[in-house]
Design a protein around this ligand. Structure first.
Ligand code: FMN
Length: 281
């Protein structure tokens, strides 16, 4: 490990810049993920086709949770399943784990009952997965939605109907990139998910519509890179804001964002972060 990396790791643990931490999604069985290359930078975002590679929930509980336990903030476990019933089984396995503060259902996983399409494309499947998880745990339950649908409010409503305490949005947007010389797809999986600044308008719209139509807290994400972005997501209706891709470039970016956000809220003459939520409506 380089000295700079070591210093960064120490900084991250001394003053962790986020209010909560969500490790990568785990599934009931291990998944190898997609063939490489899995990442490609694009003009204003990042394409990834990781394919939910992970070593399965048993290994997550045995090997990862003890390492996550010292985190200075609550850990939210993200779970997904190839079958709808997997959501209930994974939720049951984590219900008794004190290291896990809340559960997030990632409904962007390919579902075998839908011929490999994501479960979160189907309102009834989304509702069923949420019901099964709700029955299996008393932990705070978040459902993370895919934007690759015609009507994201309908899917969010199904999650709320199934017992979700909160919805988070958005996951990545379908995309692809071609190699400029061979003119063949760059990613080993051919297509992938786009994240970063390119998808901010898509995410902002989804947060705005879901929070306007439904009485449920919304975690907003998708291209949040600056405090101004976070301000706009909260104005659009997000109760909390998550940062993904921007953390790859600077893992401490959220620390600067949080202090700057306070200043921006004051500058707009808004009394508190709570008052900012939904002012765009
Ligand atoms: C490399 C990479 C891996 C990701 N893995 C997951 C994952 O395991 N589970 C999940 O729900 N979302 C995953 N996402 C999606 C992000 O959590 C986030 O919803 C999306 O990237 C939009 O936010 P951003 O623009 O701030 O990255 C991943 C995104 C990237 C770029």
């Amino acid at each position: 490990m380089l000295a700079a990396d070591k210093a960064l790791e120490e900084d991250l643990f001394v003053s962790f810049p986020f209010a909560a931490y969500i490790p990568k999604t785990v599934t009931l069985k291990p998944r190898a993920g997609n063939p490489p290359p899995r990442l490609q930078e694009t003009a204003a975002g990042l394409l990834n086709s990781i394919g939910l590679a992970n070593h399965g929930i048993e290994a997550f509980i045995r090997d990862d949770l003890p390492r996550l336990e010292p985190m200075p903030v609550p850990v939210i476990a993200s779970i997904a399943g190839e079958r709808t019933e997997d959501y209930g089984r994974c939720a049951a396995m984590l219900d008794s784990r004190a290291e896990v503060a809340a559960l997030e259902l990632n409904v962007s996983c390919p579902n075998v009952e839908l011929d490999g399409r994501a479960l979160g494309l189907d309102p009834e499947k989304t509702r069923q997965a949420t019901v099964l998880a709700r029955q299996a745990t008393s932990k705070f339950l978040i459902v993370k939605l895919t934007p690759n649908v015609t009507d994201i409010v309908e899917i969010a409503a199904a999650a709320v109907d199934g017992g979700a305490d909160c919805v988070s949005l958005i996951n990545t947007v379908h995309g692809m990139a071609l190699d400029r010389f061979s003119l063949k797809p760059v990613l080993g999986h051919v297509t992938g998910g786009l994240s970063g600044p390119a998808i901010k308008p898509v995410a902002l719209r989804a947060v705005f519509l879901v929070s306007r139509e439904l009485d449920v807290p919304v975690i907003g994400m998708g291209g949040v890179t600056t405090a101004q972005d976070a301000l706009e997501f909260m104005a659009a209706g997000a109760t909390a804001v998550a940062v993904g891709t921007a953390s790859f470039r600077d893992p401490l970016v959220a620390a600067a964002m949080a202090s700057e956000l306070g200043r921006l809220i004051k500058e707009h003459g808004i009394g508190s972060a709570g008052e900012l939520i939904g002012v765009a409506h």
